[in-house]
Design a protein. Structure first.
Length: 331
């Protein structure tokens, strides 16, 4: 089949130019464009493999990315906060931290490995008050007679590393190891301040719990169950308003995209990505969330494809992959 004028233009663009154009689409428009033709969908797959590859994002922070993911797996840790928000939203917030949430048993191993990666302890940059400081304080708090509801944080250990970016500019990377006394995902759901930050990455998958309100409506609903002092509430509210979010409190009008009822992590209202080390799969992304097409589920499975560049023209090399048994693969 002959390429359409729009497809011809895309194939004549450089890879960087195509990526810039795709990056300019909001997530709803991006998924809609990806479905316009098989050829454009292939270009989208190359783009998505680049922007939603966790190894690419981790590579800025660690030399040994493989061992970092192994630590995530063995300690049951998750990466959340601004890092996960930037990952899903294709965003970049200068000077933002990486927050790693885990249970007490894996904290010392993580802290030791960060030193091997060139990080050093720092107590002058953290968001959790008096908990930052000496190591292994989480063991003392873990055996204290306090409830998870009133005192969910066992310890916060801040680390920094000074690096030189590709542009030659110096910058400081900041990581917080946050030790909690419940499952890290449970902590995210019941102790985070609002819905826009309810995103996380594990060793094998990424989940955004409120993708529509976060990445389409750009609204964050306050959901924290504990009282906070006014200064702290004002601080994070202004922070996310500057990032383009409308922060809504209880009693505010709720978008029709948010349905009342039972929810669970990874349900049909979530945005789920599965990482297998070789390719990126989008699983359980329902069209109801995207609000395009027919009400069915679909799954992206990367084909072996690549772009060969010759004289600034792109030739798309495509090898058709078989459908995954039992799935409705979109091609």
């Amino acid at each position: 089949m002959q390429a359409s004028p729009f497809e011809t233009v895309l194939l004549r663009l450089t890879k960087d130019a195509v990526f810039i154009m795709f990056h300019g689409f909001d997530v709803r428009s991006l998924f809609a464009v990806a479905r316009t033709s098989k050829l454009i969908h292939c270009l989208y797959r190359i783009y998505s493999k680049s922007v939603w590859d966790p190894d690419t994002h981790y590579g800025r922070w660690f030399h040994d990315v493989a061992y970092f993911k192994e630590l995530l797996h063995h300690t049951g840790a998750v990466v959340s906060g601004s890092f996960a928000l930037q990952f899903f939203g294709r965003l970049y917030y200068p000077s933002s931290d990486m927050d790693i949430f885990l249970r007490a048993a894996g904290a010392d191993d993580f802290c030791s490995w960060l030193r091997e990666e060139g990080y050093y302890c720092s107590a002058d940059r953290y968001e959790y008050g008096e908990l930052a400081g000496g190591e292994s304080t989480h063991y003392t708090k873990a055996v204290a007679n306090k409830t998870s509801f009133h005192d969910p944080l066992l310890g916060v250990y801040a680390f920094k590393k000074d690096i030189t970016s590709l542009s030659g500019k110096g910058e400081t990377l900041c990581i917080q190891i946050i030790v909690v006394d419940v499952d890290p995902v449970q902590h995210i759901l019941f102790d985070f301040h609002s819905t826009c930050v309810m995103n996380f990455l594990t060793a094998f998958e990424g989940v955004s719990v409120f993708p529509w309100s976060t990445f389409v409506d750009r609204v964050s609903y306050i959901s924290r169950i504990r009282r906070e002092n006014e200064a702290r509430v004002s601080g994070w509210t202004k922070k996310y308003e500057k990032r383009g979010f409308l922060v809504k409190a209880g009693g505010a009008e709720v978008s029709q995209a948010l349905e009342r009822g039972s929810r669970f992590v990874g349900d049909r209202h979530s945005w789920n990505m599965v990482f297998d080390g070789e390719s990126l799969h989008f699983a359980a992304i329902f069209v109801k969330f995207l609000m395009i097409g027919i009400p069915t589920s679909w799954q992206f499975i990367l084909w072996p494809l690549d772009i060969i560049t010759k004289d600034r023209l792109h030739i798309l090399v495509l090898h058709q992959a078989e459908d995954t048994p039992g799935s409705n693969a979109h091609k």
